[in-house]
Design a protein around this ligand. Sequence first.
Ligand code: MG
Length: 251
Amino acid sequence: MIFIKSGDELERMRRAGRAVARAHELLAGLIKPGVRTSQLDEAVYSFFMKEGVIPSFKGYQGFPASICTSVNEVVVHGIPGDRVLREGDIIGIDIGAMVDGFHGDAAVTYGVGEISPEAQRLLDVTKEALYRGIAQARVGNRVSDISHAVQTYVEGSGFSVVRDFVGHGIGTAMHEAPQIPNFGPPGRGPRLRAGMCLAIEPMVNAGTPDVNVLDDGWTVVTRDARLSAHFEHTVAVTEGEPEILTMMDVL
Ligand code: MG
């Protein structure tokens, strides 16, 4: 069942989206060599507490932190801790927030200091893939039109899309129907209708699409240990242009 949000529900989705966006803008200024990933988590947690916002991820299926910090070969779901960022690292940060019972969810992969041209290209391609997917989030299209737009752009750029994790509907639950894979033929799956809210989130690997989950039960890494990037926005389907609910300065 795919929920259609009412005007009032969309307004609450916008507030949740704004909370996520402001948290990313705060973090963007903190990411530099020498910073521990736990410090980034603490900064977002404090911000959310001050604003009366509930961090969606903390306690979700036992996840111990308010954000995911996924460095270099970590694809998604990295746990903040003692890892210290170094010049040239890339770090994917995923943040979820709940306001008035509705969730927002967005991820940005940041460069730490100066990064290699190859790493920069991976970030650029993944970000562009996200926007190409979002452009398909229109009334009358089907879910897999988003998937296909992401996959064709990423593979045409020489990178690969992760198969094991997908985007999702979002609302009163962080993960609602439909699933939104980053791969597949166009024209499949549910038709998009105004009021659907979708978290579109390409996960792009520099090498093969294969991943492993580490023994902590969360951290997803590339099997070939090459770099991976992740960008995500929460988007509302409207009668016109897709509305990005997590719009921010840094994405
Ligand atoms: Mg998500």
